[in-house]
Design a protein around this ligand. Sequence first.
Ligand code: MIG
Length: 798
Amino acid sequence: MILNERIEHKGNAFPSKVIDFKKDVDTLYFHSENGVILQMTVLRDSMLRFRFTTDAKFEPDFSYAIAKEAVKGYNKLEITEDIEKYIVTTSKLICYISKEDLRTRIYDAIDETLISEDELGFHWEESYELGGNIVKMTKSSPTGESFYGLGDKPEHTNLKGKRFQNWATDSYAFGRNTDPIYKAIPFYTAIQNKKAYGVFFDNSFRSHFDFCSERRNVTSFWAEGGEMNYYFIYGPKMQDVVASYTNLTGAPELPPLWALGYHQCKWSYYPESNVKEITQKFRDLQIPCDAIYLDIDYMEGFRCFTWSKEYFPEPKRMVKELADDGFKTVVIIDPGIKIDMEYDVFREGLEKDYFCRRADGPYMKGKVWPGECYFPDFTKPEVREWWATLFQGLIEDIGVKGVWNDMNEPAVMDVPGKSFPDDVRHDYDGNPCSHRKAHNIYGMQMAKATYKGLKKYNYPLRPFVITRSAYSGTQRYTSTWLGDNVATWEHLWIANVQAQRMAMSGFSFVGSDIGGFAQQPNGELYARWIQLGIFHPFCRTHSSGDHGDQEPWTFGQEITDVVRKFIEIRYQLLPYLYTSFYKYIEEGIPMLKSLVLFDQEDAQTHHRTDEFLAGEHILACPIGEPNAKGRRMYIPRGNWYNYWNHEMVEGGREMWVDADIDSMPVFVKEGAIIPKYPIQQYVGEKNIDQLTLDVYYKSGKEESSVYEDANDGYDYTKGRFSLRHFTVNGKEDKLTIKQHKSGTFITEYETFKINLIGLPFQIKTVRVDNEDINLDDVKVGHRVLEITKNFNQLEVLA
Ligand code: MIG
């Protein structure tokens, strides 16, 4: 095969000629003369893992990212060779491995187009000071290739032409060019010739990605230690790449339904009377809300797992009273444990030797909110078990329903690097290492330990955890927010792209601090941000509180009404959001889809940032500037109904959409069925005695589903759920809705209220399961029917 002439780079070493090849079931080993081994595993027909060592031997294979349940198995694995290369063929991919230098080329097995090709390929630089290698990979990138993903980068959706690094960093008031910030998710998807593939570089050291920034036609990624260890994931659909990555790194369990409600937070609501005042105001003003947060001031001197006697003298009573009013209490827990011999958590951690140590033995001492602290080594299983037990008081006894993990990058105040020094030691689940390797997974392991605690003490109900820092795979344990943003219009844009990017990075349960954390928004900005926020899987207002109030009623009557209207829409859409969560955990389908993810074939979508799909069928686009009466936006291909006036628009073009302050551009895909609940002030306030189905007529077919269960608990894992699958099929004079239900959960409502939107004819006949029924019995309005929920087939005829 003809590969680019190898360029010798100063200081870099390269694999030499292959001298040996072995196969062990799904794994192939290619040994080169100079001690490099490429271990290539065929995980699936469309997923290959590449792992290199330069020392003739591999270290134990250990990763925090990979899910135990990840699907493995392929239909075809064939290995052949010719003079210059080995050829590995699966049913989806053909991979060439050069005998000269281990460079690879990957082709689509079906149409044999080239998908990805090593440029310099794997190479490395020895790191004498620190030991090990800086491991590097470069791949050729044809003009026209686009790049997406990489977690929380506050940047344009398309990463082409830019360079990033992954090193979890506390980033108060970060901006559009700040990199890195809180999360480290070394996974990207590329689209080339309308075909998508992904690369997951599973290396927890500080890593770097260069998307044609240094050299125009080269993409590279490297890490400051560890192994060159990456997964190549083929689509060709971007959604399939993301779904495979999500399967590989794991999906969460279903959250309790209330967690998809609206949450109110501030640093800080205290004392108790202030908390009560806030929650009461929600009920008085009839603004739905499910969760109230307590920030660090609820503790006694910022000691985790304690309560301020002054501000919260009787937490159990308070939490219960809040719960009686429909509010779930969520409390913050930071990693820093105050050095204080009178403090039992500290004493126990010290006695049991659970805190991180410096290389030469002393404890890792750092200043955070409580003052000087030690920090648990969450990378040690025993420490995670211990941490989990600490939640008994908060959860089992006091009745707290959710825990918020902050500062877990980990953040340390007033020190260079704002975190632990590199020499700090970690157990890394029995693979002892320095902080260089453990830094990026520290927050993840803290969130995991917290999740374990909640799962244990909240059982049989579901845990709810929210974390600030994360590595790939963290989505298995927790939701996340996007850190300390700012109350500016630019940050509204950032929140939008960050949330989309997180979703396409396998982490859907995400939301921003609505209104901005630092500074105070004006009413207009707050309202526009709420409009965006109701479409994010996690929907919470949070602010630092230093700059004034930030509650739905802070900005006067007009804004309060707008905010209420949109939060009410979120509550109506709960079954829709819940269904998209279900699809996310079952199939890995991201809950938010950037347009490129929705329709990669349309090159127009490759550079769009603002428009996105929430779930399968709703297209939304926030208003991103003041005084707007609407905006221009790109409507993706297909026909869409304007959510507000039901006018149909044809997509594949940019257009102006009206949206005064009380509105926002929202469209529904034709053929969709959008399920709705009545407005509730909190989840469970009402019995759902009717499910509304908004049916958007389409000439042709479209599928929708509605997932429901007991809204909490684990019975759903034993089949106690209700999954309705609907197929809408529209003709000129007839609309058919087929329903197929699976699962053993019996939803409590008796009827569906069916709104037939865009129906192009007058209803003359209604047929349920092949029987004509009396129109007067089912017609409750112009194009509104009330039908028993048990129908298999509903036909509406002209
Ligand atoms: O140093 O707990 O991102 O959400 O309100 C600041 C106080 C610590 C940072 C979090 C923010 C939280 C705040 N915390």
